[in-house]
Design a protein. Structure first.
Length: 673
């Protein structure tokens, strides 16, 4: 058995499937003998073979089996490596969130066994994950940690990679001179040690720098040199991203044929490598190129492919670009409302990437790196002076003093950061208050002033026409006045409630309420509007049902939902309010009841439906009888249901009616206590 294991250690990844079959047969033998160590080694070799052959699903399966054995053996070096390997596969497949989880699991294990080399690699990889999702502060933090360890290990190859990565962060922030200096430092190291991958990586970054500076000839030369070096070592992902940049260069030159050629080359490699991120990027570029050529339908198809995956995977930069392109396409088509919506979303992603704290974060990270370098210098000096007691004591005092200074600087930076955070939060509160005020004034000036003007006009008409003796005409005018007054009253009630919630002046005061009495009261309030449209109001609420709720808030919820149901139900329609105990559905929620406001009206547009209760949009459409609305009645319902720790949702089919369903706490002896 020992001889056979020695043979397995010499396993070559270039061998064919027969070697895998042989390993699987030997696994059965060791299973019988319960040799955990041998089983771990066999599964590890199989996993590495599949990883090398890019059969990632099989590789993950055998890595997981190896991991189970490593846990049994408490083999921490292998556990750390396996987490890293699984993270790398997730990264290659474009699942950056999963990759980050695995790397963060590997890191503490590597640190616990003092594996500095693996720790420096993990720091660099974690930084690159954060770079990939546009969290550049976090990326720079981990890059500096990696650079510090690689300095201490004299790892020149690793150092060159991290220097390139740091340069890319500075480039994203527009600090091109700093970025170029990091690229040059990396390039010098790579050429000195003849590191082919590092040379390719440096040429790629230099090409990006020249592209950004509009020096297109130099950019093409750099990217072609990068492609040649990547091909030498078989790094097709590197070739793929260079093709992307070549496409960008030719698109800038309006050589669309050459640009499309390189983008399609990039997409082909992304498909063959199963690289989701590069595939999404290629979709975006093809969409943008079609937009530039005026092929709007093709552009829309590809940008929608890119956008859906980018949003799911939280690729912030790509989301920003995709939504901006969607806006441009809709603007070109004349759909200005949609274009504006997409511009707003694009700017939200942009704001999450760039913020006012970037410069402070850069400074803080540089201080950390320089401090780490200084501490290493002090440690070396201390070792050298250990032979002389007097000089050693002096060195200790110096180090203590420097530590005090460093701690003082760190405390000062923390204080600055805390005050900046407080200032930012207060600014956000003021912004929210200002938005509330603006919305309030907008509603008063538009939705309230108009109906009040109509009401005044009807009164003026009655007063001016003194000789009017037509009872039917008088009755018609009075009905219009009643309808207008009712609409104004509901709007004013919502305004007062909404402003109360935003200012914090509306206090939640739960009490025992009879649900049927409350629903009947809401029906009385809406009786006139229902009669006008011959709508039947039906209550199926048991008179024995009591709820624990705030009277004003629950009345407002029901009033708005019933009013909306009447508004969007045609003549001779039906509005039903009913309830059911949650115990009939779920024992875990047996103290709650569901209240359903159901209508057989026009239903809700499926595009609007998912966002109907969100805070950032106010959707308002006219009713079946041309009734007006402010659009925030449902937002108010959502806030009041949240106050009751309930949930609200809507189920609707276009032209098939709507069911608004919310939960409330049932009043029982248990809830009373």
């Amino acid at each position: 058995l020992l001889l056979f294991l020695a043979f397995l250690v010499q396993f070559s990844f270039a061998q064919n499937q027969r070697r895998i079959d042989s390993l699987l047969l030997s696994e059965k033998k060791f299973l019988i003998q319960k040799d955990t160590n041998a089983l771990a080694n066999i599964n590890f070799l199989i996993a590495e073979y599949y990883d090398h052959e890019k059969s990632y699903d099989s590789a993950v399966f055998f890595y997981q089996k190896t991991f189970d054995y490593a846990i049994l053996l408490n083999n921490k070096p292998r556990i750390a490596y396996l987490y890293k390997a699984l993270g790398k596969i997730s990264w290659i497949q474009g699942d950056m969130g999963e990759a980050l989880i695995y790397y963060n699991k590997s890191l503490p294990v590597a640190q616990s066994i003092n594996d500095t080399s693996l720790t420096s690699i993990l720091y660099n990889n974690i930084g690159t994950i954060y770079w990939g999702i546009a969290d550049y502060d976090k990326a720079l933090e981990f890059y500096y940690l990696s650079l510090s360890l690689r300095d201490s290990l004299n790892d020149e190859e690793g150092k060159s990679l991290t220097l390139n990565n740091i340069g890319m962060v500075f480039s994203e922030w527009g600090k091109d001179d700093e970025a170029f200096n990091y690229y040059k430092r990396a390039s010098i190291i790579c050429n000195k040690i003849d590191y082919t991958f590092g040379i390719a990586y440096s040429y790629y970054n230099l090409g990006n720098h020249y592209l950004k500076k509009q020096n297109l000839d130099s950019a093409i030369v750099s990217f072609k040199l990068a492609i040649n070096n990547y091909k030498i070592i078989g790094k097709m992902i590197g070739v793929s991203i260079c093709y992307e940049k070549m496409g960008d260069v030719y698109e800038m030159r309006e050589d669309y044929k050459s640009a499309m050629l390189y983008y399609n080359k990039m997409l082909a490699i992304a498909d063959s490598e199963n690289n989701l991120k590069n595939k999404v990027i290629a979709f975006y570029h093809i969409a943008h190129l079609n937009f530039s050529k005026g092929n709007l339908s093709e552009a829309l198809m590809y940008v929608q492919k890119s956008s859906s995956i980018s949003k799911e995977k939280n690729y912030k930069n790509l989301c920003n670009k995709n939504y901006r392109l969607l806006a441009d396409i809709n603007k070109k088509k004349g759909n200005y409302k949609k274009a504006l919506e997409y511009y707003v979303i694009a700017n939200q992603y942009k704001d999450s990437i760039f913020n006012d704290e970037k410069t402070k974060q850069i400074t803080r990270m540089e201080v950390v790196h320089k401090t780490a370098q200084k501490e290493r210098e002090n440690f070396a000096l201390k070792k050298e002076q250990e032979k002389q007691l007097a000089r050693l004591e002096a060195g200790k005092l110096t180090i203590r003093f420097q530590n005090v200074v460093v701690i003082a600087i760190i405390i000062l930076l923390l204080l600055v950061f805390v005050f900046a955070l407080i200032f930012y939060r207060e600014k956000q509160k003021l912004k929210i208050a200002n938005n509330t005020k603006n919305k309030l004034f907008s509603i008063i000036s538009h939705d309230l002033r108009g109906p009040l003007g109509n009401f005044k006009g009807l009164i003026d008409l009655l007063l001016i026409d003194e000789k009017i003796d037509d009872p039917e005409k008088i009755n018609s005018l009075l009905k219009l006045m009643q309808k207008t007054a009712s609409s104004n009253y509901d709007l004013l009630e919502n305004l007062l409630s909404w402003s109360g919630t935003k200012s914090g002046n509306l206090v939640y005061q739960p009490q025992k309420l009879n649900l049927k009495i409350l629903v009947d009261s809401v029906f009385e309030h809406n009786e006139y509007n229902a009669q006008v449209k011959s709508i039947q109001l039906i209550s199926e609420i048991d008179e024995k049902i009591y709820v624990l709720a705030d009277d004003l808030m629950l009345h407002t919820i029901l009033r708005n939902l019933v009013s909306n149901a009447i508004k969007f139900t045609g003549k001779k329609g039906t509005v039903i309010v009913k309830s059911q105990k949650m115990s009939e559905k779920n024992d875990k929620e047996k103290n709650n009841i569901e209240i359903i406001v159901s209508d057989n009206g026009v239903g809700i547009d499926q595009e609007i439906l998912p966002n109907i209760f969100t805070d950032d949009e106010f959707y308002s459409t006219r009713g079946t009888d041309n009734e007006n609305g402010s659009g925030f009645g449902l937002k108010l319902c959502k806030e009041f249901v949240d106050k009751h720790k309930g949930e609200i949702r809507v189920e609707s089919v276009q032209n098939g009616g709507s069911d608004f369903i919310f939960t409330i706490l049932e009043y029982t002896a248990k809830t009373k206590n």
